[in-house]
Design a protein around this ligand. Sequence first.
Ligand code: KG4
Ligand code: ZN
Length: 342
Amino acid sequence: MVVLGIESSCDETGAGLVENGRLLGHAVASSMDEHARFGGVVPEIAARAHVHAVGPVVRAALSDAGLGLRDVSAVAVTTGPGLSGALHVGVAAAKSYAYSLGVPLYGVHHLAGHVAADTLEHGPLPNPCVVLIVSGGHTSLLLVRDLARDPIIHLGDTLDDAAGECFDKAARVLGLPYPGGPAIDRAARDGDPRAIPFPRPMTGPRDDPYAFSFSGLKTAAARWAEHHPGGHVPDAAASLQEAIADVLTRKALAACREHGVRDLVVVGGVAANSRVRALAEERCAAAGIRLRVPPLRLCTDNGAMIAAVGDLLVRAGARPAPLDVSIDPSAPLERAILAPAA
Ligand code: KG4
Ligand code: ZN
């Protein structure tokens, strides 16, 4: 059963083909460059770019896999969360493919896609595992069992900004280009991570051990920029990156320890951050915890990860979505599948 996955929740149009946990081929187009001069994703521009990209991207993924549309046995699509105009384009395309091919359609939660991305590189997820999901819009610590069958348990979430949002907004006040995460990662290479003592929010003895808060860190970066015009930006970038990586990995390891879980999976766009990866590796090695992080190309938004969830759902015998399934732009992460048929 070859599953075609389609992703269009933000500024990447992705398509991927997965069969039995194996990635057969994928392609991604990004409208990122069109948003750069606005300093952030413009929803209407993203939606229009998806309209232009989705057909070619699906064809590119098929050709990457050496397959044709006739080989597709099921279609999975991100139905939420994300930008509504952008989601509509992917869902409309997925419905057309599923209907015209006469194959089942599955609505998938975008964040479950990020989790499943890792299976394409490292095989089935250990059950249970602790998942740290860090993207542009979400930051959560999860306890994941069978991703296709079991509800996902939230150990903690961010109370305000997501880690990626903090990178993006801090980059802006530091005068670095959009998207901010990769820009801070690059600038930090020439900086001293101990130069500026940025706070470590929510790590006090009375704080929720698994909850996050990044808006104060964003403000601290803005204040630093304000008080140090002409200050050494690489030092600020390195120090901020260190604070974020420290808080994320500290809490993820505490969750593993306190829940007796031996496997940590770090996923989402911010899992591409070099310091987050290095510090997670260092701390997991010290604690005897196995760490899994997807390769860079599977960390940021892509269609393969949605196909990976679809493939898990197909193999778990999940009920497909009705053809009138719609989007859910603010869907909470409760299960990998969104809106199955009643
Ligand atoms: O998962 P993702 O591609 O999209 C969402 O679902 O949000 O994550 C995008 C986020 C952005 O905030 C971006 O700045 C961040 O991931 N990001 C990074 C890096 N690469 C992407 N943050 C820090 N360091 C990176 N190398
Ligand atoms: Zn994402």
